[in-house]
Ligand binder design. Structure first.
Ligand code: C5P
Length: 465
């Protein structure tokens, strides 16, 4: 059965029920998925409600209502089918829309899972969109949210654009006029909202010597090109506002700068996904910044605000989200500085740090990812933080690079194995994974993860140094 067949099966099931509960994850992909499904269900006249959870764990399973609604697990569930079974949920009460590694438990839950169908670069929002279109082919406006979810889950990063079915969805949205795909745009975050010199300086993939992590250097670089960086009213212009000619000049000068430093230029450009119907100079304008806005809502435990924005609220909800976004960025910056100032401890195959209870557990993964690009990128980074609702537990986030993944590293496997051995639970992806473990087993856990990662490197016959 193809993924589209599975999506059709899920669509039939959800529309056949008198009530549906969507249980989704609090990150950008989870929020976008929930918004896609709840809009498709509302349009089809199916009564529904939504529940957002930070993870599907024994503690959060209590948030799943004990009623006779169909439970639609979205962006989670595939890896926690044992919890669904322990809760007594039968196959006729559950469907799963996911892209995480599936861990069967003996009960045959109906599932549409892009990863199980062989598509590792399509997130849950993409699958939710296929379900929405199987409910009604007129739901193509929801393609924007599918693209936001996919981009938010880094599905476009490695290939500098979406691929496979995620690409097909973007093209479908573009053909219907909802999305503008720019085939060769600057591969930098913030092209819709940040002053250009800040946008250039705040990006380090690719790392451009003299510009990356150097706002003053980036400003001098642009001033030397002789282009007008501010409007007549002295407001900094954002990349999207520059003319084609100005953009060409900046892009070719950046390429020259990379070539002069003997750095590859292949990551300087990528496809970008813009939403022409949204107001200029707002994070709603492009998929990447839209996804960060949703992440900010989720990570500050207000996923419903993000969901309201996905459903078109541009008033109260948007103002609240913008406020969370600036707070989100400030705290991530603080976390990044804390990791870099304090320093990580290096083991033979990983590097790690415990940030105590200084930062929310929902953002340490993002901080870990950002810190990695300033540290030894050959060793995956593991960050631990006290889990606020239960201080006897430790939340773990791990991040690595595409390069390490291509050499056999699988953080999901390492965290799942190491956490289950000490009574915790973990999962995620090869490149980004998380776990929850008993606090007293931290030392033993870190050593075990180091050993497992070492074994993964050894299996491919390549060291990580
Ligand atoms: O929390 P963090 O951003 O580090 O999560 C990275 C990935 O690991 C996500 O895909 C998340 O769903 C997954 N994860 C998990 N189990 C956990 C924590 C995170 O499957 N206990």
């Amino acid at each position: 059965m193809s993924l589209r067949d599975d999506a059709r099966g899920v669509a039939r099931e959800v529309t056949a029920h008198h009530e549906v509960t969507v249980i989704s994850h609090i990150d950008a992909d989870g929020i976008a998925s929930e918004a896609i499904l709840s809009q498709a269900l509302a349009r089809a006249g199916v009564p529904h409600k939504s529940v957002f959870v930070r993870q599907l764990e024994p503690l959060t399973m209590r948030q799943v209502p004990a009623d006779d609604s169909l439970k639609v697990f979205c962006d989670l569930g595939a890896g926690q089918q044992n919890l669904l079974a322990e809760r007594g949920l039968e196959p006729h009460e559950v469907v799963i829309i996911d892209h995480h590694v599936s861990q069967p438990c003996g009960k045959d839950y109906l599932q549409a899972n892009s990863l199980s169908s062989g598509f590792s670069k399509m997130s849950a929002a993409g699958v939710a969109y296929l379900v929405a279109c199987a409910i009604d082919s007129a739901n193509t406006d929801l393609s924007r949210l599918a693209v936001v979810g996919n981009v938010g889950d880094m599905m476009a990063r490695e290939d500098c654009g979406l691929v496979g079915p995620a690409r097909e969805i973007a093209v479908e949205g573009a053909e219907a006029g909802w999305i503008e795909i720019v085939p060769r745009n600057l591969n930098f975050y913030g092209i819709s909202t940040r002053p250009l010199h800040v946008c250039l300086a705040y990006n380090d993939d690719p790392f451009i010597p003299g510009i990356s992590n150097n706002t003053a250097g980036a400003l001098r670089f642009l001033q030397r090109l002789g282009i007008e960086l501010q409007t007549p009213a002295k407001r900094w212009r954002v990349w999207e506002e520059f003319s084609q000619e100005e953009r060409r000049l900046v892009a070719s000068s950046l390429a020259q700068q990379l070539i002069a430093c003997r750095e590859p230029t292949d990551r300087l450009f990528s496809k970008s996904y813009l939403f022409p119907g949204e107001p200029e100079r707002t994070p709603l304008r492009n998929a990447q910044e839209f996804a960060t806005l949703l992440n900010a809502c989720g990570r500050w435990t207000r996923p419903r605000v993000g969901s309201a924005i996905c459903r078109g609220d541009r008033g109260e909800a948007f103002r609240e989200a913008e406020h969370m976004l600036s707070n989100h960025r400030a705290v991530i910056r603080e976390l990044l500085e804390y990791i870099l100032d304090t320093g990580v401890r290096e083991l033979s195959h990983i590097q790690y740090i415990h940030v105590g209870d200084r930062f929310p557990d929902t953002i340490v993964g993002i901080g870990a990812g950002m810190a990695l690009s300033r540290l030894n990128m050959d060793k995956p980074i593991l960050v631990m933080v006290v889990q606020p609702e239960d201080t006897s537990l430790t939340k773990v986030s791990m991040r690595t690079t595409e390069r390490a993944v291509s050499r056999g590293i699988d953080l999901q496997q390492a965290l799942m194995v190491a956490s289950s051995e000490i009574g915790g639970a973990g999962g995620g992806h090869r490149i980004a994974a998380g776990a929850s473990i008993p606090r007293e087993s931290e030392v033993q856990f870190v050593e075990r993860v180091n050993q497992l990662i070492g074994e993964q490197f050894a299996r491919t016959g390549q060291g990580n140094c």
